[in-house]
Design a binder for this molecule. Sequence first.
Ligand code: HEC
Length: 211
Amino acid sequence: MRLRTAALAALLLCGVSGCERVMRGMYEQPRYDPGERSALFPDGRATRPPPPGSVANAIGDLAATSSGRRGQAEVAEREAASAAGAPPPLTRALLRRGQERYGIYCLPCHSPVGDGDGPIVRRGFPRPPSYHEQRLREAPDRHFFDVITQGRGIMYSYADRVTPEDRWAIVAYIRALQLSQHAPIAALPPALQEKLAAMPPEPPAAREPGR
Ligand code: HEC
């Protein structure tokens, strides 16, 4: 009994006098602290810059010290500010970018032509509405932007994967898809109009979109 008390006292003393430091050198670890110098990288910084296109979860002084809990409001604010901005001007490059991003993030469910018959749907995922239905053809650009940002029904948000700029690019591409299925003949170049007029009428529903 006396021996145990003595051992306990010794242990306590040890803690007080800081001999824990001697026993386990936890305080001097071979690691870099934030902002420290390093000869390993050409720019001399141990903290590496995030790869281009990284999406911030939290920003500001406290973000790194709070597991990202602090600073999320700032990110939301920045996101809202860019979302409130006007859509970028329509260019071929924007459409190309939209086509590419659409192919990555939307096509799996909404299909290459946007009728909602994508490969994931063919494997059993609930079918989204077709972009070619009247309601969605008449919906403003902002509606598509907001659906990407916030998700809708069982469709989850793509805000963490698709930047606001890319959302506008996708919206532009969806508009092109819609036009592709409902272009008035008068809007086609004259050469195409002539070709169309010379073609025999095709029975509808023979096409199989999404393949
Ligand atoms: C995993 C499948 C899936 C992916 C990927 C997906 N969606 Fe959807 N989407 C759905 C489903 C399902 C619905 C129907 C949601 C509901 O009403 O419950 C939907 C609905 C929509 C609607 C219709 C909203 C309305 O007013 O009814 C739009 C617009 C839309 N998605 C755009 C997109 C865009 C743009 C992308 C790519 C960034 C995308 N979706 C990616 C499954 C998906």
